[in-house]
Design a protein. Structure first.
Ligand SMILES: CCCC/C=C/CC(=O)SCCNC(=O)CCNC(=O)[C@H](O)C(C)(C)COP(=O)(O)OP(=O)(O)OC[C@H]1O[C@@H](n2cnc3c(N)ncnc32)[C@H](O)[C@@H]1OP(=O)(O)O
Length: 376
């Protein structure tokens, strides 16, 4: 049943009666849904980067894309009613707890047992990332950094962890807007990766299946990476006419070590082979198995697929009971001295990628994928 105008007005009044502050993430969602329900898609200019509050509000509204007014009204009413119910039953509102985020079914955020879990939920598209998902993940991380969970987890629903950037993001661009789109894509990428660099609590990737592109490169910014033995790790940037992101141009060589020199068999007089593993992945697009990725330091531990979920969640529940402040501070000690460098690398990679997106090599690769001529 669709929410009526009366239901919508009641919900607006109910918001004022909430006993507990629902937190910034939920307030932004409410704001965005209210604007979308009353004014339709975001049609105002984007505020400047230093206008943090209005930019966050604009981002939240803009992320709703062309969501119809009636659906936005319904989502607003549903969200308020879930907030009212939880603030009455437990006296506590957990951001996005155990429910799909309104406006986007493609991301599910739950909070339980001290763990906030962000699940990519587009299994039919191998969890490829749309612009809305990038925005929702940023909002979810922002909320998770402030909620009372001890750790945060990113995982995927279905047989894939994530197939990287949704390549249809490059379609339907009106002529004359290609450069603008590349520019805004680079800003989105930079903001997105910045959220991972700055995330203050232990961040865990539960890699439930193959991972491609940005979902692989980001792993260098996680604190733990658990993978099923079915997972593979693939960064086919050259094949796509693109270049590395997610700070991988720095984190991968650092974790995988310098060139590994392998001497050929003396009898057959092979030449010396000396290609750093990171280069083999990021330049030549070599796909690693989970065990290879573990040997290279990208994955913390590999589990048999049959027991993966059980073993990983038992482990994570135990970790989430450790003193949260101690974990947060230890992470800071480990990571903080690298932060400034990582932000600079992220900015540089994003701007190089902005150029690559405009190249013939990249455009041809996207056309080939979309016309089903090429698959990885
Ligand atoms: C603004 C930030 C930008 C950040 C930039 C990041 C760079 C990257 O992430 S580069 C990596 C981009 N990803 C890819 O190139 C992967 C492309 N996908 C594939 O090669 C294959 O789909 C697969 C190997 C992942 C899976 O092959 P499989 O045969 O098992 O399944 P499919 O039938 O191909 O897939 C099912 C369904 O999903 C669609 N799909 C999968 N991945 C993507 C994707 N990345 N973008 C768009 N669509 C994707 C695929 O087209 C199928 O759709 P249909 O059922 O409608 O045909």
């Amino acid at each position: 049943m669709r929410a009526s105008q009366k239901d919508f007005e009641n919900a607006m009044n109910q918001v004022k009666l909430l006993k507990k502050d629902p937190g910034n993430e939920v307030k932004l969602k409410l704001y965005a849904l209210y604007k979308q329900a009353t004014e339709g898609p975001c049609n105002v200019p984007k505020p400047g980067v230093l206008d943090f509050i209005n930019k966050a509000k604009w981002d939240a509204w803009h992320a709703l894309g062309s969501l119809p007014k009636e659906t936005s009204r319904q989502n607003y009413v549903d969200l308020v009613s879930s907030l009212s119910a939880s603030s009455e039953s437990s006296g506590q509102v957990t951001p996005a707890a155990d429910r799909k985020q309104p406006g986007s079914d493609a991301l599910v955020v739950t909070s339980q047992d001290g763990i906030t879990t962000i699940t990519l939920n587009r299994p039919d598209k191998k969890n490829a990332l749309t612009p809305q998902m990038y925005h929702d993940i940023m909002l979810a991380l922002e909320a998770a950094s402030k909620d009372d969970s001890a750790i945060a987890v990113l995982t995927g629903n279905g047989d894939y962890y994530c197939s990287g950037n949704d390549l249809t993001n490059f379609t339907d661009i009106p002529p004359g807007e290609v450069e603008d789109r590349a520019r805004s894509g680079a800003v989105l990428l930079r903001d997105f990766v910045d959220c991972f660099i700055d995330f203050p609590k232990p961040l865990v990737a539960v890699v439930n299946g193959p991972a491609v592109g940005i979902s692989v490169t980001l792993l260098g910014l996680f604190d733990i990476v658990y993978a099923t033995d079915r997972a593979t790790f693939h960064t086919p940037f050259s094949h796509l006419g693109q270049s590395p992101e997610g700070c991988s141009s720095y984190t991968f060589p650092k974790m995988m070590g310098p060139s590994k020199v392998i001497f050929g068999n003396l009898k057959t007089k092979c030449n010396v082979i000396s290609i750093p593993k990171a280069t083999e992945m990021l330049v030549f697009g070599k796909k690693l198995t989970a065990r290879e990725a573990c040997t290279q330091g990208l994955v913390t531990e590999v589990f048999p697929d049959s027991t993966f979920q059980k073993e990983v969640w038992v482990r994570l529940k135990a970790y989430s009971k450790l003193p949260p402040n101690a974990m947060r501070i230890s992470k800071q000690v480990i990571r903080n001295r690298e932060k400034e460098k990582l932000h600079a690398i992220n900015a540089e990679e994003s701007s190089i990628l902005q150029e690559r997106w405009l190249s013939d090599e990249c455009m041809n690769a996207i056309v080939n994928f979309l016309s089903k001529k090429a698959k990885l």
